[in-house]
Design a protein around this ligand. Structure first.
Ligand code: URA
Length: 256
């Protein structure tokens, strides 16, 4: 068995998860002549999807993104992977357009989200909706999810092991939706996705390459509710995203 470096393992795992979410479970490796085997990293980069007769009726073929997301939700099940399950009313999976160009990632559900099973439906959610409208989009146009899917007690920051347990599920959601742009809302989302421990001041204002998407960081709407002076800064972040996506602010937002 070959020894793969961590990056190769991560990319291989992501690719296998992607195929699994699409309902493809059987794989084989092409036989290669001894000494002629290419690097696995090249195979991952260059290989076409594994040869697989998707017309075989016995296979659970999932061809559309909604079904792929439903398969992830089913995999999550009545999750007890971390301690957060103990206090939850509803697991908050994610919501929105499965073909979205733009995805927002928050920290974790609060009380309203826990009660309703949908991300960003409380006061912070109202502000996020306003931010989305200011970009010339509707909430239904984007996809919204969180780093952790269950509400931390008293809305505390999710702990590292909770994020580490839950975020692979978010990564699978990202790999299915394949947005062009991901906006990390706040430091928890940014640090967990990017695995960078830095200040918001340093994290904002630039693009990151992330799983085939561009990722930008902005302030969490809950933080903007506490310190509305930072809304101007958040608007700069959103304008960077709008420019990349070719979005125009509606007349009123552009005037503000
Ligand atoms: N804050 C978050 O980070 N996510 C939500 O879904 C709601 C509030």
């Amino acid at each position: 068995m070959a020894n793969f470096d961590a990056t190769t393992k991560e990319r291989l795992a992501a690719r296998l998860n992607y195929y699994r979410d699409m309902g493809i479970y059987d794989f084989y490796r092409r036989p290669v002549e001894a000494g002629a085997e290419p690097e696995l990293s090249e195979q991952i980069e260059d290989a076409p999807p594994p040869a697989h007769d998707v017309s075989e009726s016995s296979l659970p073929v999932i061809q559309d993104k909604s079904s792929a997301l439903a398969a992830i939700r089913e995999d999550i099940g009545d999750c007890t992977r971390c301690r957060l399950h103990k206090g939850r009313t509803n697991l908050v999976f994610g919501v929105g357009n499965v073909n979205a160009d733009l995805m927002f990632v928050g920290e974790g559900p609060g009380a309203d989200e826990d009660a309703q099973g949908e991300p960003f439906v409380g006061r912070a959610g109202q502000l996020l909706n306003n931010m989305i409208s200011a970009m010339g989009l509707k909430r239904e146009d984007v996809y919204i999810a969180n780093v952790v899917k269950c509400r931390p007690p008293n809305n505390r920051t999710p702990e590292k092991d909770e994020c580490d347990t839950c975020s692979p599920l978010l990564l699978r959601q990202i790999d299915v939706v394949q947005p062009n742009v991901i906006v990390a809302l706040g430091a928890v989302a940014a640090k967990n996705l990017l695995a960078i421990n830095d200040s918001m001041a340093n994290l904002r204002g630039r693009w990151y390459d992330f799983r085939g998407a561009k990722l930008a960081v902005t302030y969490h709407p809950a933080y903007l509710l506490r310190d509305p002076r930072q809304k101007k800064e958040a608007w700069k972040d959103l304008q960077m995203v709008m420019k990349y996506l070719g979005l125009q602010a509606p007349a009123r937002a552009a005037e503000e």
